[in-house]
Design a protein around this ligand. Structure first.
Ligand code: SF4
Length: 151
């Protein structure tokens, strides 16, 4: 399972398949990581610095994080995509096609000025998260999205 969480400062990526339940995250920021609660990650209960440090202790790579850079990433159901916005200006998208076995992500792109900020990963995660929440299969013919799915 893939999930993405955000607060004003950071984006946290969670891949449950990689978790070895070492609970370093829980010990590092118990008000943020609360197994048994839904959602189990709440980024508004502790300082960003504490959350970042807790994530840096994750031994498996199940949890990773990056800065938000004030970029919004939204799901655009009507146009079969996720879209990245800087103050309303569109600066990236990740698109999928419907297929018999689910959503096929076939393109991920971010404007040249915005590369290196992790926006492409957020775009892909947004679609995976959305598909999994809706119990829809997800695959990728886009090589970048495939790498994110596999990592
Ligand atoms: S620190 Fe990483 S591996 Fe350990 S419980 Fe948290 S997410 Fe799982």
């Amino acid at each position: 399972m893939h999930r993405m969480y955000e607060n004003e400062d950071i984006v946290v990526f969670w891949n449950s398949d990689k978790c070895i339940h070492a609970k370093r995250c829980v010990n590092g920021s118990p008000k943020t990581f609360c197994p048994g609660q839904k959602p189990w990650i709440n980024l508004n209960n502790a300082e960003t610095k504490e959350i970042w440090q807790a994530i840096s202790q994750c031994p498996s790579g199940a949890l990773t994080c990056q800065y938000r850079h004030d970029i919004d990433v939204n799901f655009d159901n009507q146009n079969c995509r996720s879209v990245a916005l800087d103050n309303g200006k569109e600066i990236g998208e990740c698109t999928y096609q419907l297929s018999e076995s689910g959503w096929n992500i076939y393109h991920t792109g971010v404007s040249a000025d915005y590369q290196g900020k992790g926006i492409a990963k957020r775009l892909v995660y947004k679609l995976i998260d959305e598909a999994e929440r809706n119990c829809v299969g997800v695959m990728a013919s886009c090589s970048y999205a495939w790498k994110v799915l596999e990592e």
